[in-house]
Design a protein around this ligand. Structure first.
Ligand SMILES: [Zn+2]
Length: 309
């Protein structure tokens, strides 16, 4: 028997084989076993990462895989190099860092990774001189856009409708009605008061599950529907960000767990995203994302209209 012992300078290139969104912030996880990150070039609209000592098969992830990203594409460049291109919605900061457990992997975070991330403000919109917070504890603006306008329910868009204000739904009532709030698809989370105020209604119903209405000023009220539990009583004073209820599973006629959130201004139910779109302090990429999601929703509404004909 002949044994061959091979030793010496055998260079094994690394391989970039997986790019996937992870975590609540939809950070990008890049598995790059052995590839060396040589360069990270950030321009408006695109982030390019060049790896050396690297091989790959071309790959692509369709839009939108994450709230701030339009597409991800990677392919071999010149010999031993791989280029990863990430399309960005607007001008934004991205941090890249190695994953502690496995330095070969890379995490791309927008705008910052994990503990480095600034504690997100709950600020949602300004209405009649009043600051309203996002009514779900710990949620940021990106998540509220992704989980409402960005979420098209697939189970039954005839009865459940679309998450946006004004969408048509047939519900369990057997007739069409216009949706006078926004749905935010989320589970196992605390619901918080959007602003200081007084609880004017707490109730429950077959369609709504538990619900709460809060009067904030003479002009502004908010309503929170599809709660698992209401934690305040009618007449109670509540402060901004106070936990008032919980969502834990679908409640009422909701097929998927969600908060149905209503904003009333001068007694009329209005679209909270209308205020967000007019807000000069909102990041341009977020407005672009809203525009993209709303275009998709109007496509979905056309499909719904064909289904009910
Ligand atoms: Zn709703």
């Amino acid at each position: 028997m002949l044994w061959l012992i091979v030793t010496g300078a055998v260079t094994v290139a690394g391989e970039l084989h997986t790019v996937m969104p992870v975590g609540a912030n939809m950070d990008l996880f890049v598995m790059r076993n052995g590839c060396v990150l040589e360069e990270m070039a950030h321009t408006t609209g695109e982030l390019r990462l060049r790896f050396s000592d690297c091989t790959t098969q071309p790959g692509h992830i369709d839009t939108p895989i994450a709230g701030r990203i339009s597409h991800v594409h990677w392919e071999p460049a010149t010999s031993g190099q791989v280029e990863l291109r990430i399309g960005l919605l607007g001008n934004q900061r991205i941090t890249a860092r190695s994953v502690e457990d496995d330095p070969d992997d890379l995490l791309l975070c927008m705008p910052a990774c994990g503990d480095d991330a600034p504690t997100g403000t709950q600020r949602f919109i300004e209405v009649k001189g009043l600051t309203l917070d996002i009514p779900l504890q710990g949620m940021d603006l990106d998540a509220i856009v992704d989980r409402s306008l960005g979420h098209v329910p697939t189970q039954d868009i005839v009865r459940d409708g679309l998450p946006n204000f004004g969408s048509v739904r047939d519900d369990w009532l057997g007739r069409s009605r216009s949706h006078k709030g926004i749905d935010i698809y989320v589970d196992s989370i605390n619901v918080i008061a959007a602003a200081d105020g007084r609880v004017t209604q707490v109730g429950s119903g077959g369609n709504s599950g538990q619900y709460i209405k809060i009067h904030h000023s003479d002009a502004v009220s908010t309503v929170y529907v599809h709660l698992r539990r209401a934690l305040v009583r009618k007449g109670a004073r509540v402060s901004r960000r106070q936990v008032i209820g919980t969502i834990d599973g679908a409640s009422g006629n909701a097929v998927e767990p969600q908060l149905h959130f209503e904003l009333q201004v001068n007694g009329i139910k209005v679209d909270p995203f209308g205020y967000l779109k007019q807000d000069k302090t909102v990041a341009p990429y977020l407005l672009e994302k809203i525009r993209i999601y709303e275009a998709k929703l109007s496509d979905a509404a056309r499909i719904r209209a064909l289904l009910v004909q």
